[in-house]
Ligand binder design. Sequence first.
Ligand code: BES
Ligand code: MN
Ligand code: MN
Length: 463
Amino acid sequence: MKDLPNYLENHRERMLEELFELLRIPSVSADPAYKNDVAKAAEVVAEHLKSAGCDGVTIFPTEGHPIVYGEKIIDPALPTVLVYGHYDVQPADPIELWESPPFTPVIKKTELHPEGAIFARGACDDKGQMFMHIKAVEWMIQSGNLPCNVKLMIEGEEEVGSDHLETFVAQNKSKLACDVILISDTGMIANDVPSITTGLRGLSYVEVSVTGPNRDLHSGLYGGAVANPINALCEMIAALKDENQHITIPGFYDKVEVVSVEERAAMAQAPFDLDAYQKALNIASVRGEKGYTTNERNSIRPTLDVNGIWGGYTGEGAKTVIASTAYAKISMRLVPHQDWHEITQLFRDYFTSLAPEGTTVTVKPHHGGIPYVMPTNHPGYQAAHKAYEHTFGVAPIPQRSGGSIPIVALFEQELGCKSVLMGFGLDSDAIHSPNEHYGVWNYFKGIETIPYFYQYFVEASAT
Ligand code: BES
Ligand code: MN
Ligand code: MN
């Protein structure tokens, strides 16, 4: 690997410009208006796989957005790494809160990124992190340092639930056969405190509605005399948690994995500055389930959050009206052993039971996801550990994340393979928020670290 630092130095500008080009394409998977841009991003990814030296590069159309695939098989007797990532991004709105346009990448210095960070939607989640793999594979192939087989599968529907990838994986098991899956779509604690993600939460996402009268009403003529759907919805949501921020849905916690005292003690060793956390979010205090620390609340404990709520008059000025229907979108993040189908049903039963007289309630499940855990004694985890240790100069810390990548548990079911979650983003990189960014240092550190994963994984597999 001795040429790697030189290669990175000599190709630095090109590697940045290529990522910029990808970031300029607004590949928003959720919004049909961007369908052509999503397709364009798939083409650009495919071109990069080809120029990296991959064979069999194909854009697989789906009923949704396409899946891009490429591979380099050097010897079927050697191990195979399957790289997964996504080229789709979250919508950019609220657009007015961006300090620079979301699809015009620019480098700006920040407190945590003194060498500069790339500001653009998808810079960290996941174009920047996915592209590191293409660049690392490019170096390994071009320099003759690829020590095993590699397959890359980059999808365009992660941010909307990976519906068509599920089918694709189930139908292409032998094409995708591998020994380990490698993903950079998570984060780490800090640039000088590297960590490897050992857990992802599952998800149940639902949309609810509460309907009262058959039409919008004058709030003076009818106010106080009929159930107001927005008031009712607020009462119902408020009833979903008690004063200890414990979720009240009967049976919700029945199957929750009890994390051992030892693991909780180990988690508490990870550096965490509550003060800095609060300052960064401009909040005077944190809030969550009683009896758990902030890091436990956002990783090993399930939670319920309203993601959106609407109804009635929200335009300029005042309009005196009682809306006929009120709506909310609610996510429940789940932990190991909770089944999202079951949780969705428990939610439906309980939420419906909370409907005040004179209202009717609907619960529409959107999507779900199974939680995931990676044991630290897995050879893939071990290889990642050594790789970070080598390039960061300090041992990485295992850390469970609160986010979800539902396809990861599905990979395990369908392909019988564990996923190594080598993320290089920071929580402060503002993924899904305005002003998303990704450190230039992190981008190149990722490209530098990835080849070591391959080397150590092949070494571990040979013994
Ligand atoms: N990359 C994120 C998930 C993530 C981010 C995990 C940081 C851990 C740390 C992914 O793109 C994402 O946003 N997933 C969604 C779920 C999906 C079903 C929309 C999520 O977690 O909300
Ligand atoms: Mn992502
Ligand atoms: Mn995301």
